[in-house]
Design a protein around this ligand. Structure first.
Ligand code: ATP
Length: 264
């Protein structure tokens, strides 16, 4: 499904500001894998997401989706296969457009994948149905401008738009971090439901340790540009936050330094 082979990325190479963002990353996701990603500050989590989504190119190494190398595809063509939700609720939607117009945009992206839902009226019924699944009443506000929605409502809509046409890969980049705890929990619940129902292959970066353990079927821990721990479902199921932090210390020889860390 998604395969990274020997991917490395350095910033400012050969200068005093040289930073290793990713070093020799090998990662393979199987169809339907829901992988949570945690790590210390500057571990390379965002760079990993940026390289998969095509915002950045690796210095060396390969990224493949369904065995096809995707380096030569720019970000906008990769959006046919990759859905992404960012931390910033403003990032995934167009604020001056209505909910319906935003969904139409997401729908049109998917059309190239062979979707055809015909007339506008039929599409509107489908949009309403999809919005109702979120359980926050957006189906009754289809003509509202998205800029008027709360952060949580916008993240729910972003999530729906990113998954509308079943992407091959879903990237969630700390997508609940900017929300208050109640909204973050709601978006987490909706995420879990959508990912499970649609069986989406998903990578989710989070600073919430408890969430990283609770969600998904696999957990990856990063430090200094490397994957230092890859925990499968069987081991993840009984894991506690204290054990997870202990594992980090044991392998990296230091405490997990993350100024946004949440233990639960
Ligand atoms: N555009 C850039 N220019 C220079 N250095 C960069 C750039 N982007 C990232 N880095 C550096 O690369 C390393 C990895 O950064 P990255 O943002 O991927 O880490 P992260 O795990 O997402 O961190 P955090 O959790 O703190 O957001 C860090 O040392 C960072 O300072």
């Amino acid at each position: 499904m998604l395969e990274l082979t020997k991917v490395s990325k350095l910033f400012n190479p050969g200068t005093p500001d040289e930073k290793i963002a990713l070093m020799d990353i090998n990662l393979q996701l199987n169809p339907g894998d829901f992988v949570t990603v945690i790590g210390s500050n500057g571990a390379g989590k965002s760079t990993l997401m940026n390289i998969i989504s095509g915002v950045m190119k690796p210095d060396i190494g390969e990224v493949r989706i369904n065995s096809e190398t995707i380096h030569h595809h720019p970000e906008h063509t990769r959006s046919r296969w990759i859905g992404r939700v960012f931390q910033d609720p403003m990032a995934g939607t167009a604020p001056r457009m209505t909910i319906e117009e935003n969904l139409t945009m997401a729908f049109k992206r998917g059309q190239r994948r062979g979707l055809s839902w015909g007339a506008t009226a039929k599409r509107r019924v489908i949009f309403k149905e999809q919005l109702r699944r979120l359980g926050i009443g957006l189906e009754n506000r289809m003509s509202a401008k998205v800029g008027l929605l709360s952060g949580g409502e916008r993240q729910a809509l972003s999530l729906l738009m990113a998954t509308f046409t079943k992407p091959q890969i879903l990237l969630l980049d700390e997508h609940t971090a900017a929300l208050d705890p109640a909204r973050a929990e709601l978006i987490t619940k909706i995420t879990d439901e959508i990912v499970r129902e649609m069986k989406l292959t998903t990578l989710m970066v989070t600073h919430n340790m408890e969430q990283a353990i609770r969600l998904g079927n696999r957990l990856i821990m990063m430090d200094k540009g490397r994957i230092i721990l890859d925990i499968p479902q069987e081991r993840k199921a009984g894991l506690t936050v204290a054990q997870l932090l202990g594992e980090f210390e044991r392998i990296s020889g230091q405490q997990l330094s993350d100024d946004r860390i949440m233990l639960g």
